[in-house]
Write a protein that binds this ligand. Structure first.
Ligand SMILES: Cc1ncc(COP(=O)(O)O)c(C=O)c1O
Length: 420
């Protein structure tokens, strides 16, 4: 393989991420946990600091300079997000705390008001808990039932099963674009088209795709799409809900309070305009503005470049991991050039607990995750309580993969020798 592109991308951006330039236990930090949360470039950190140093004020209701500046920057960030995912208008972007909150808004505001006994919700077995539990709550309240799409032999979403599950009783489909555990990229365009043929609405959980590949909601055709800022270089505490304007107009507010109203009387209130109708209370102003900076940063690098580079990392990671005996990676195999899945690998090694692996790797400065990754139903299918997961981003390198795989092999050898 060539390292040409790696040198141009990871080498180009690496100094933008000061956190990566440190030692853990006297070893250079290797951060392979970006699916949980990404690191933040200086452009984002400086934007946040600049906001609090120079512009901090509450938005929308102030006539003074700082409030006007804060409002312009906050609403400017909304424009950036709208453009980033090609929403038809800025009104279609609702700032939320994270993707979980965005899904809950749809579940409570739309689901509670549209679902009834006999209706069906379709999810998949690979969903993150945040795209399962809200629907279970709404199903309990409305009497609707949930059906789950399973996996094919190659551990991808079973599209044929989806086609057999969907029917006129299906009112909503909620599916991850990219699985945070399997790494598979689901054929969302096809799923959306099928859902719409049956008159069902469709929500895409784009937490693991928006940071890594170009997203065009209009081309995709989804009704709602959710993402978390902290996985796409922004701070925690900010995410967004995209919704088709007509749908958002029709949905009642979920949170009530300041900012989301037009008029309040002692016995009733009238709703504010979109998107403020869904943004009750003082929002995460600095965090939203910093999300705008993250979007600028990602746009400047180019999502196509990020995606292509990550394919290169994926190919290399799989080639190396597959050489380790008794190591089982969940999800589909990538092609030789790393296509067809995300740059992450969830795995188990026979006879060794995933958390023991990650604890020992941490002593080598290597940060990987172990546990159920908020996909317990999926792990149960594999008869596993959890797995280890290495998840990469465009600031990672093939040299880091080499160090990780060497340390992983040594750790496995150590455990095997102890167990002998
Ligand atoms: C696919 C997927 N959906 C939803 C979430 C939830 O994100 P958050 O906790 O930021 O709301 C995650 C986080 O790991 C995820 O990977």
């Amino acid at each position: 393989m060539t390292f040409t592109q790696e040198k141009t991308l990871a080498a180009k951006v690496r100094s933008d991420f000061p956190i990566l330039d440190q030692e853990v236990d006297e070893k250079p930090l290797i951060y392979f946990d970006s699916a949980a949360t990404s690191q933040k470039p200086l452009a984002v950190l400086n934007t946040l600091r600049n906001y609090y140093e120079r512009d901090n004020a509450n938005v929308h209701r102030g006539a003074h300079t700082l409030s006007i500046r804060a409002t312009e920057a906050y609403e400017g960030a909304r424009d950036k997000v709208a453009k980033f995912i090609n929403a038809a208008s800025r009104q279609e972007i609702v700032f939320t705390r994270n993707a979980t909150e965005a899904i809950n808004i749809v579940a409570y505001s739309w689901g509670l008001n549209h679902l009834k006994a006999g209706d069906e919700i379709i999810l998949s077995v690979m969903e993150h808990h945040s795209n399962i539990v809200p629907w279970q709550i709404i199903a309990q309240k409305t009497g609707a039932s949930i059906k789950y799409v399973g996996l094919t032999e190659s551990e991808e979403l079973d599209l044929e099963q989806f086609k057999s599950l969907i029917c006129e009783r299906t009112k909503i489909v909620a599916i991850a674009h990219v699985s945070n555990t399997l790494g598979c990229i689901n054929p969302v365009e096809e799923i959306i088209a099928i859902a719409h043929q049956y008159g069902a609405k469709i929500l895409i959980d784009a937490c693991q795709s928006v940071p890594h590949m170009p997203i065009n909601v209009q081309a995709m055709g989804c009704d709602w799409l959710v993402a978390s800022g902290h996985k796409m270089l922004a701070p925690t505490g900010i995410g967004f809900l995209y919704g088709k304007q007509a749908l958002l107009e029709e949905m009642p507010p979920f949170f009530g309070g300041g900012e989301m109203i037009s008029e309040v009387y002692l016995d009733h209130f009238t709703c504010g305009e979109l998107p403020h109708k869904f943004e009750a209370g003082t929002p995460a102003i600095g965090e939203a503005i910093a999300l705008g900076a993250a979007v600028d940063y990602l746009t400047e690098i180019g999502l196509d470049n990020i995606h292509t580079y990550e394919e290169e990392l994926t190919a290399y990671l799989f080639e190396k991991l597959e050489s380790i005996p008794n190591l089982r990676i969940y999800g589909p195999k990538p092609t030789k050039d790393g296509k067809g899945r995300a740059a992450l690998a969830s795995f188990n090694v026979e006879g060794i607990h995933a958390s023991d692996l990650s604890t020992l790797l941490d002593r080598e400065g290597i940060a990987i995750r172990s546990g159920h990754h908020c996909t317990q139903p999926l792990h149960r299918l594999f008869d596993a309580s959890g797995s280890a997961r290495a998840s990469l981003y465009f600031y990672n390198t093939c040299e880091e993969i080499d160090t990780f795989v060497k340390a992983l092999k040594e750790t496995i050898d150590f455990f095997n020798s102890v167990m002998e």
